[in-house]
Design a protein around this ligand. Structure first.
Ligand code: ZN
Length: 134
């Protein structure tokens, strides 16, 4: 079955609050990076594990259709029953994947930041290893 995605104002609002208030997301706040938040009806799994969300770069060739630098996708069948606090944790994790750097001419360059362990230490330290399940 094909995946259907839609643009979610709700996730965008939660993500914006995080970007506005979280010290570890200040590099996003201070950048021109744009992030589009999507919901998906895909119950995505990868390597035997449930995938709750994902952060992707928008390829330059696709920017005519998606006017953003990053996409955050929430795989909704896997997030059933999550309240806003849980969604906020998930979005915080996905936002930590947003990398903002600079080239030698001072232009912003964007990348996906990989996990610093199995997960992000910041999420585990804050909410424990079961941060997404608990
Ligand atoms: Zn991740």
């Amino acid at each position: 079955m094909a995946e259907t995605r839609y643009i979610s104002e709700h996730y965008a609002e939660l993500a914006q609050q995080l970007v506005d208030t979280e010290p570890s997301l200040a590099h996003i706040r201070d950048s021109d990076a744009t992030i589009c938040c999507l919901g998906s009806d895909n119950a995505k799994r990868s390597k035997g594990r449930t995938v709750f969300g994902e952060c992707e770069r928008v390829a330059d060739k696709n920017k005519w259709a998606i006017p953003a630098d990053f996409l955050i996708v929430v795989y909704e069948p896997n997030c059933e029953g999550m309240d806003d606090e849980h969604l906020r944790r998930l979005l915080f994790h996905e936002l930590l994947h947003v990398g903002v750097g600079e080239d030698k001419d001072g232009n912003e360059v964007y990348s996906i930041v990989p996990h610093d362990m199995e997960d992000f230490r910041k999420c585990v330290d804050r909410w424990g290893v079961d941060w997404i399940a608990s």
